[in-house]
Design a protein around this ligand. Structure first.
Ligand code: 48H
Ligand code: FE2
Length: 263
């Protein structure tokens, strides 16, 4: 059968915009496709919610591809092993409470699992702002302002478009980009000790891993922080190339938001 290039174009346009249009009113928008974001996306989609994940780069995975210093193996602790094995990532025990996995296998499998669970993945798309509304004197995040990453990278003056979401997950990692924008542009107080972003501290893996899960919460009405962004927001430590806390943070944010959405 001969191929018609115009049909190929039409197939892409129609199916892509079907996906895009079905994201106009999301239950959950996740910003950042690192380990925490990918895990949250998979679990929320598996629960049947309308969820989309936005990633600036072409590939999902964030800081997980390179293991530690490009030595591409990752370490996780026992409590988080299920978040790899549930999706089929092989893990090997190393001493008592340490498990290793191939960083590429873990990254690609978590990305694939999120996608196949029904999370809509928009790669090459950057979230540059949030949408706010105020009711009875309380401001709330009600959506995301997105642009094409090449527009952002080229510094072109092209205005963004907007999608609505009941909840937003800030999973942009160390830089806490979305929250930084919210705080910079608006007179708002976060649910943190100072009311602002506390900033990340130096290396202390054990405490950092515990705090990553503790700090995963609603930091502003409608906006949850997860992964490294949670630690940076609440002033905890970094942990280096151990990823269990990131996976558990994704699991926690998914469970907390699912509970809210189910009322
Ligand atoms: C769209 C964006 C935007 C934006 C950023 O950094 P990540 O891997 O995120 P986490 O928190 O799931 O995992 C952190 C982990 O990788 C890590 O760095 C650890 C454990 N560090 C310990 C240490 O001591 O250093 O991924 C975040 C993703 C990236 O892919 C970005 O490209 C993406 O978010 N992103 N996507 N719009 N505005 N900002
Ligand atoms: Fe990091």
């Amino acid at each position: 059968m001969s191929l018609d290039e115009r049909v190929i174009t039409q197939a892409i346009l129609e199916t892509y915009f079907e996906k895009f249009k079905s994201s106009l009113d999301l239950d959950v928008a996740i910003v950042g496709g690192g380990p925490s974001g990918m895990t949250a996306a998979r679990l929320l989609a598996k629960d049947g919610f309308n969820v989309a994940l936005f990633e600036r780069k072409l590939s999902l995975g964030g800081g997980m591809w390179g293991g530690g210093m490009t030595f591409n193996m990752i370490v996780v602790q026992e409590e988080s092993v299920h978040l790899l094995t549930d999706v089929g990532v092989p893990v090997k025990r190393y001493k008592d409470n340490y498990f290793t996995a191939d960083a590429v296998a873990a990254t690609t499998t978590l990305a694939s699992a999120a996608c196949l669970a029904g999370a809509k993945i928009f790669n090459c798309m950057s979230v540059e702002d949030v949408m706010l509304r105020e009711e009875n004197g309380v401001k709330r995040v009600t959506g995301i302002v997105i642009n094409s990453s090449p527009v952002e990278i080229a510094g072109l003056h092209v205005d963004p478009v907007v999608l609505g979401s009941k909840y937003l997950v800030e999973a942009t990692g160390h830089a806490v980009e979305v929250l930084q924008t919210l705080v910079r542009k608006n007179d708002v107080r976060l649910n943190t000790p100072s009311g602002g972003i506390e900033g990340e501290q130096s290396m202390w893996a054990d405490t950092a891993e515990i705090n990553t899960v503790k700090n995963t919460r609603e930091i502003f009405p409608g906006l949850y922080v997860a992964g490294m962004a949670a630690n940076a927001s609440y002033g905890s430590y970094r942990m280096g190339p151990i990823f269990g806390g990131m996976l558990l943070s994704g699991e926690k944010v998914a469970a907390d938001i699912a509970a809210k959405l189910k009322g």
